[in-house]
Write a protein of this length. Structure first.
Length: 272
């Protein structure tokens, strides 16, 4: 099923329908850009009833073609259309650019961080302990949040690790080198010897983290969600609290995303 507003938006960017990967959903590409846009509508999802391995399979097929693939869900498009459009336009270079060297770093409070991330990050804000931003002409143009250190025991020697929880730039602006500048500042301020983060595989492979010195350590299993189409709302699926049969009986939809990609940064890898 073609979503007319999404289809029209893609056509206006110069995209065309693509058959590069076999899928029952809408697939778009732009000449000169190695990126595919995969629109998942719920009517088709209910008819096709893809298994949990479907989107990771599509992700792998795109990687074999040396393409990034962006998976855009119907509810995300409807609820955060302006932000989705801004992210797509950023991928094809249609936004203002500010270089990190033109900005200065500021410690942010909870209110400013929450407001900025809720407006500029698809997953919104978190309760992260450390919050830093980049200011350009006294305007907040990017923000990153980090967890407190956690003691890890998954190796022969325990160590302390921080998590990069969120990074976002302001809609319509790309801060070139912004994330690197914020990470470098954080590691120096906290003497952080180990950092981890997760990239949402619905939005690509996290290639930018590799450029910053992170190492890819694994692709998590897809996360399942319950979709309430009547209220255009999604919640995490807890198999201990809900059964697939119960969800179906209530007229809800159980979906599975592409999973997350884990990246780790250590002093040996961090060359900045």
């Amino acid at each position: 099923m073609v979503n007319k507003p999404f289809h029209e938006f893609m056509m206006n960017t110069g995209a065309v329908s693509s058959k590069l990967i076999e899928t029952p959903f809408g697939l778009y590409c732009l000449t000169g850009y190695p990126v595919l846009f995969h629109y998942i509508d719920f009517q088709t999802y209910k008819i096709q009833n893809p298994d949990i391995a479907f989107l990771p399979g599509v992700f792998s097929a795109a990687q074999k073609l040396d393409h990034k693939i962006i998976t855009i869900w119907q509810d995300v498009w409807q609820n955060k259309q302006e932000l989705v459009q801004a992210r797509i336009l950023a991928m094809i270079g249609k936004r203002e650019r500010v270089h990190a060297r033109q900005t200065h770093i500021a410690r942010l409070d909870k209110a400013a961080t929450t407001a900025f991330l809720d407006q500029n990050h698809l997953q919104g804000s978190t309760g992260a302990y450390y919050k830093f931003g980049l200011l350009f002409n006294n305007e907040l143009v990017a923000a990153a949040t980090f967890s407190k250190a956690r003691t890890m025991y998954d190796g022969p020697v325990y160590y302390r690790s921080y998590e990069l929880e969120r990074f976002a730039s302001k809609k319509g602006i790309t801060v070139t080198g912004g994330l690197g500048k914020l990470i470098n500042h954080f590691t120096q301020q906290l003497n952080a010897g180990h950092m981890m983060t997760y990239a949402d595989a619905d939005w690509g492979s996290g290639k930018g983290y590799r450029k910053l010195g992170f190492s890819f350590t694994g692709h998590s299993v897809p996360q399942q969600f319950i979709i309430d189409e009547a209220h255009n709302k999604r919640t995490y699926f807890d198999p201990a609290a809900h059964s697939a049969e119960e969800i179906k009986e209530k007229g809800l939809l159980l979906i599975a995303n592409t999973g997350s990609l884990k990246y780790v940064l250590t002093p040996d890898l961090h060359q900045q």
